[in-house]
Design a protein around this ligand. Structure first.
Ligand code: FAD
Ligand code: GLY
Length: 357
């Protein structure tokens, strides 16, 4: 048997990498195991929006967590750059949710009023005001609710920055190493069994995204496929992210536009479909007619990890000692990655201190 680690993290997506980063920053001896390449699954498919208000809103039980996580990005981007040399491309230009009918405007205005009542930064903009800020939008727009504090990052660079930051603090990373099952002594986890060996650890953190159910079937993760595509333009078309119904257009550095995303539950299929591309492109053209001139770059899919309850599992397993779970972040794993990493690392540190007392 190999050496003993303080913690083994199963899964090298944005969630596993964030946890490994925070744990190794606390001087824990960490091993991160990834069955393929780090970051190649849902975490590299994301658009990278930090939509605490756009995706959740003040009435959602996860809003306080999402808002705290969004607030962490400013300091985190500098901290990660210092230790990893990776710029996560944090852009704080807000998100517009658009309306094309009076009924939609009415609904969005009520939503803006509710956010404002709770002191959140939000604004209702008339069609003239939206078009003044974003002249590339189609002129039949009725208005938009604007969330200035919602931003975006590069999800691929964020995962890479957490990974390199973890290595900087001493995390050992093994790619192409699949965890087949937990190693247990009764109700106590003692480590993991990989395809080649048993590795011992004080704590095991399951962060395998939608595949977490292979290790722990009762989690019952639901796969929700999402398709995206990207275009480039000769000059900037948008400053902020725009969204209408289920489709968003996110302006990235170097005049790239990311358009997402379809939402197809109960499938692990990773094909990019013609139907998906048509849906996204038609909706994007409705919002930004000039996108017709943009040059196609690429298209891709990812599988979002959804839980039956619709909320991520973040914390101790109720029956298995030494096992923690961080999975099921569904549409918001990029946004929630900073807070998930610190929550998990803090819990583990508290437990070690209690055991030593
Ligand atoms: P993953 O990134 O899937 O990582 C899990 C990793 O665990 C994988 O690499 C897998 O290989 C590994 N693994 C699994 N089982 C094992 C095992 N037994 N042994 C070893 N390794 C294992 N979120 C946002 O916040 N903003 C967005 O704008 C956004 N847009 C999205 C757009 C699309 C199209 C999609 C699909 C998702 C989007 N998301 C967004 C959601 C976000 O991508 C996910 O919530 C997040 O990436 C989940 O991260 P994860 O680390 O849990 O999972
Ligand atoms: N959060 C955007 C998506 O999952 O498509």
């Amino acid at each position: 048997m190999s050496s003993t680690y303080d913690a083994i993290v199963i899964g090298g997506g944005v969630i596993g990498c964030s946890i490994a980063y925070q744990l190794s920053k606390k001087q824990k001896k960490v091993l991160l195991l990834e069955k393929g390449r780090v970051g190649e699954k849902a975490s590299s498919a994301a658009a990278g929006m930090l939509g605490a208000q756009m995706e959740f809103g003040v009435d959602h039980p996860l809003f306080p967590l999402a808002k705290r996580s969004r607030q962490m990005f400013g300091a985190l981007s500098q901290e990660l750059y210092a230790v990893s040399g990776v710029d996560i491309e944090l852009i704080e230009n807000g998100i517009y949710e658009l309306s094309y009918t009076d009924a939609e405007s009415d609904q969005l205005q009520k939503r803006a009023a509710r956010e404002a009542f709770y002191g959140e930064s939000v604004g209702w903009l008339s069609s003239e005001e939206v078009l003044e800020r974003e002249p590339a939008l189609s002129s039949d727009i009725k208005g938009a609710v604007y969330f200035p504090s919602d931003g975006q990052v590069s999800p691929i660079k964020l995962t890479k920055a957490f990974l390199e930051g973890s290595r900087f603090y001493g995390t050992e990373v093994r790619e192409y190493t699949e965890v087949m099952r937990l190693a247990q002594n009764g109700d106590q986890v003692t480590g993991v069994e990989t395809n080649t060996e048993t590795i011992l650890a004080q704590q095991v953190i399951l962060a395998g995204g939608v595949w977490s159910s292979s290790i722990l079937p009762p989690l019952g993760m639901v796969p929700v496929k999402g398709e995206c595509l990207s275009f480039t333009t000769s000059g900037p078309l948008l400053t902020g992210t725009i969204k209408y119904k289920n489709v968003y257009v996110v302006p990235k550095p170097n005049n790239r536009l990311v358009i997402g995303a379809t939402s197809i539950p109960h499938t692990f299929d990773e094909k990019v479909t013609c139907a998906g591309m048509i849906e996204l492109m038609e909706r994007a053209r409705q919002m930004v007619p000039g996108i017709e001139e943009a040059a196609f770059e690429k298209a891709w899919t990812g599988i979002r990890p959804q839980t039956k309850e619709g909320r991520p599992y973040i914390g101790h397993h109720p029956q298995i000692e030494g096992l923690l779970v961080a999975a099921g972040h569904f549409r918001n794993g990029i946004l929630l990655s900073p807070i998930t990493g610190t929550m998990m690392a803090d819990q583990i540190e508290r437990e070690v201190l209690l055991n030593e007392a």
